[in-house]
Design a protein. Sequence first.
Length: 351
Amino acid sequence: MRLAASLWIVLALAIASPATAQAPTPKWALVIHGGAGVIERANMDAGTEAAYRKAMAGALAEGQRVLEKGGSAMDAVEATIKVMEDDPLFNAGRGAVFTAEGRNELDAAFMDGATMKAGSVAGVTRTRHPISLARSVMEKSPHVMLIGHGADQFAKVAGLEQVDPAYFFTERRWQQLEKTLNEQRLPIPTRPINAPSAARSISRGPQPDDHRFGTVGVVALDQKGDIAAGTSTGGMTAKRWNRVGDAPIIGAGTYADNRSCAVSATGSGEYFIRLTVARTICALVQYKGLSLQAAADEVVRKQLPAINGDGGIIALSADGQLVWSFNTPGMYRARASSEEPAVVAIYKDEP
Ligand code: ASP
């Protein structure tokens, strides 16, 4: 009798508050970006656009393979970013932008949402995969952040591939540097030692586009329910004085905590540092109960423009919310999960 009464109560409650149609939590999920900025159809030729879409789809597929096999979010983040670091289209690893002195100084960060351990590097010049170095700082050192020569030396200790600095050289980025330095009336440095001579270096593939950003970032959710984030960049063209942006600053350009969200940012780093963008988004989720999209839009579309910061973020949460938000005309971005097919997008008007 008592059981029957309880059943009626359960039934009555179910009718009174029908479950809102909620998408099932995906078994795994992945969101990636390849930089945000003034990326508009009018400035993009068909070949360049196709090359970016192909590169984004290829990188996404790499991370997806890891997650589908049951690999960790951390492995997916690292594997995906390594593909993008090797691709000269992106401002990370090979294809990174140049400093005013004509060097490539690379920044990267990595964070594990399950343990909240983090690692990052800034001003690296010889390590082929700065994202792997950031992960190694997290896993194999007692520190969170290493910079410059010391970071490259630690890379050797960690057994990571070292390359001649000329490995990172691309003609396209060199031309961007010359243009920027001319605009700023600064001297053009000599080409890096071992870089191909200007005469021999024929730009292959997509030609220079003028968008300012090309940083790469990945956030992932694995089948255990853990999330992770990573970001890798060459920073800003013609940066000086060993300038460091937001990407390797934990809480600014990169953050992950299973209890709230994982974020990777791209944009004018100085503003992202001031607003601690990644951590603020996660704090709005954790302490104010905002949805991930609302939290991301609050910071990226309201707080950042209020201080003239431009750029965007990708984010996901352990309960399967996948989002992006940007205040620029475009952002190279892509997403996939066990519940939805892969989507690659560039312009603001794409879903
Ligand atoms: N956020 C990077 C930085 O300021 C640049 C970028 O996203 O392209 O170093």
